[in-house]
Design a protein around this ligand. Structure first.
Ligand code: FES
Length: 350
């Protein structure tokens, strides 16, 4: 295979060119060049990074990726996040592409080392990655992590945020049959070398947008909300804005970050409400159940949020993150509630 492949992208907004190194996905190479190629998950599940190979040879890493289910493969459609160039190629992208992201850092690949693993609940682990080169990222952004010997890549939102950081904080929830979650909970993860690509994601918080904040998260999807809460705290944002956080877990024992929430509520001038939605623990007849300043409710988080927010959606920017069915459910109820698509930012993982 050649050393570098020349990639041409024909988008609705024009034609762009970049170089791809061997082993690099077309998505990573294009994003690292500063192109705003369409993508959401960067890990093969969402299907947003669809493109058509007009000429040239490519190699698809994960043929069965869920995001590839609806591709017209006979026409040459691929997922950019799962595809590598084997030579020069021309791609058609069915959307507008811009040459440099306005607000965000241009993502890049970095080496990292896993450190400070810490169990938060029986199936949730906090960990950090020490980065070989520092990274700037906004509250709400994520990275894609590849670990040695594990198939594929996983996306994780950072719990922290900032400029020139050489350490990112992440949280992972173990899922049945979940390769990365099992590995991170196992004995070989501490000190392991990983590859990190990022920062990615547009579900970011910018205080100058001057909106009330509604956050709906399931499981480890709460990570990005923690960084948004921290960023808002730095600005004393809840002195002048409202904030509503809905965090879905199975039972109270599965809840984490509860002390952090309590502290944020404490400093929230009465304008920040945090609700823990318990899908598998009925609270019986308790009136206004709460736990250390955090409200408790019984039900799926998007339903709890929809019931609590009815009539209060005005002027909010909504952030949603978690497993795909939860995110889809939340977006549906936001739209029914009258929140416009431009005021909904989401990540489907966690
Ligand atoms: Fe490629 Fe989601 S970005 S499938």
């Amino acid at each position: 295979a050649p050393d570098r492949c020349a990639v041409t992208v024909d988008a609705r907004s024009g034609t762009f060119a970049f170089d791809c190194a061997p082993g690099e996905t077309l998505l990573y190479a294009g994003l690292a060049h500063g192109l705003t190629l369409p993508h959401e998950c960067a890990t093969g599940t969402c299907g947003t990074c669809r493109a058509r190979v007009m000429s040239g040879e490519v190699d698809v890493a994960w043929e069965e990726a869920p995001g590839a289910a609806k591709l017209k493969r006979d026409k040459g459609d691929v997922l950019l996040c799962q595809t590598r160039a084997l030579g020069d190629c021309v791609l058609r992208v069915p959307s507008d592409v811009l040459e440099k992201p306005v607000r965000h850092q241009i993502p890049a690949a970095r080496h990292g080392v896993i450190e400070n693993l810490r169990r938060l609940t029986s199936d949730v682990t906090h960990f950090e990655i020490a980065l070989a080169e520092p990274m700037d990222f906004d509250a709400g952004q994520f990275v894609v992590v590849e670990a040695p010997g594990l198939q594929g890549a996983r996306a994780y939102s950072m719990v922290n945020h900032g400029s020139g950081l050489d350490r990112i904080e992440l949280v992972v929830k173990r899922k049945p049959g979940g390769g990365f979650g099992d590995w991170i909970a196992g004995p070989t993860a501490e000190g392991a070398k990983v590859e990190v690509f990022g920062p990615l994601g547009r579900a970011t918080f910018h205080p100058d947008e001057d909106r009330d904040l509604l956050m709906i998260a399931g499981g480890s999807g709460i990570a990005g909300m923690m960084s948004i809460l921290a960023r808002a705290g730095e600005e004393d944002y809840f002195r002048t804005h409202k904030g509503y956080v809905f965090f879905g877990v199975r039972t109270l024992a599965d809840g984490f970050y509860l002390e952090q929430f309590a502290r944020s509520v404490d400093r929230g001038h009465g304008n920040l409400e945090v609700t823990l939605a318990l899908s598998h623990e009925n609270l019986g007849d308790v009136r206004h159940p709460e736990h250390g300043g955090v409200k408790l409710a019984y039900g799926f988080v998007h339903e709890v949020a929809a019931a609590a927010m009815a009539g209060r959606y005005d002027g909010v920017m909504a952030y949603v993150a978690g497993p795909p069915p939860m995110v889809d459910g939340a977006i549906r109820s936001l739209i029914i509630g009258g929140v416009g698509r431009a005021a909904i930012r989401y990540d489907k993982f966690g």
